[in-house]
Design a protein around this ligand. Structure first.
Ligand SMILES: [Zn+2]
Length: 285
């Protein structure tokens, strides 16, 4: 998804927010940090950390509709030789290599939140047949015209769901309204033997633990789910997926310089346990 730090104004009011429950247990969380009008809470059952109250869907749309949110930054206008672009290239190469260790090209690769198409372009060069899903019209159009890329502009659930061999989504899961439903949509799109790959900030990282409510990645307007390796594995399992490897070292190219984020690669569980899941969900309500 897009870069941040462009969102300082205007101030959000309580009327822009709503309280939500844990997406796994359907229970309200216990307060951890107070960041009015937002709160950061933790589910006492599954330990998932999330933002509640959080922006309503309408307020969130206003945030993402701000031209500054998706325009410019490393995805659009920076010189290929800028430090941010160099870092992007290190991440892209490292992530393609990490994916390749689980599922080598050729094959079909889908990126959700493909921005300006930088990663899709790199993946195509690496031998993948690529397509993207992107909410931003600007990003999708740029990808189509400048990159000759096949990008669907809109929500993931409305996008084509023919199976692919790799589904990736970088810095996206922390933004989505319901990460469990999002991962179910990912599961739906995985061909047999397919893998998924993601990056996400994590709540058990050293910066988060030291800085607590001052953690620079907390950003309660937009980062509404704060995962850990354990809660990520839990949500993945509920969606019929399993995490096979996690890269959290900032020294690894796939995660270069990122002290509070991780890259995870996983696959579908062999047998979708739809009947079990439906029963459990019903019990939790
Ligand atoms: Zn929970």
């Amino acid at each position: 998804m897009a870069t941040d730090d462009v969102l300082a104004e205007p101030a959000w009011q309580a009327g822009d927010t709503e309280s939500v429950c844990c997406c796994v247990c359907y229970l309200p969380g216990e307060p951890l940090y107070d960041r009015p009008p937002f709160g950061v809470v933790r589910c006492q059952v599954c330990r998932l950390v999330f933002v509640s109250p959080r922006l309503t869907a309408t307020a969130l749309q206003r945030l993402y509709d701000r031209p500054a949110y998706f325009e410019g930054g490393v995805y659009g206008t920076q010189s290929p030789r800028s430090p941010a672009m160099l870092l992007q290239r290190i991440w892209m190469a490292g992530r393609l290599k990490a994916i390749g260790a689980h599922r080598a090209p050729p094959g079909r690769l889908l990126e959700i939140g493909s921005g300006y198409g930088l990663f899709l372009g790199a993946a195509r060069q690496a031998g993948w047949q690529v397509r993207g899903v992107e909410l931003s019209r600007t990003g999708a159009e740029h990808s189509r015209t400048a990159g000759q890329l096949d990008v669907f502009c809109g929500q993931l659930a409305e996008s084509p769901n023919e199976p692919v061999d790799v589904v990736c989504f970088w810095d996206t899961l922390e933004h989505v309204p319901d990460p469990l439903e999002f991962l179910r949509q990912v599961r739906l799109r995985l061909a047999p033997g397919g893998v998924f790959a993601l990056s996400v900030p994590y709540f058990s990282s050293l910066p988060s633990r030291i800085l607590r409510s001052k953690w620079w990645t907390l950003k309660p307007e937009q980062h509404i789910w704060h995962l850990t390796p354990a809660t990520l594995q839990l949500i993945a399992a509920r969606a019929g997926l399993v995490i096979a490897s996690v890269i959290s070292s900032p020294l690894r190219p796939a995660n270069a310089g990122r002290t509070d984020s991780l890259v995870a690669i996983g696959r579908a569980l062999p047998t979708p346990r739809t009947a079990d899941r439906a029963t459990t969900d019903q019990g939790a309500r």
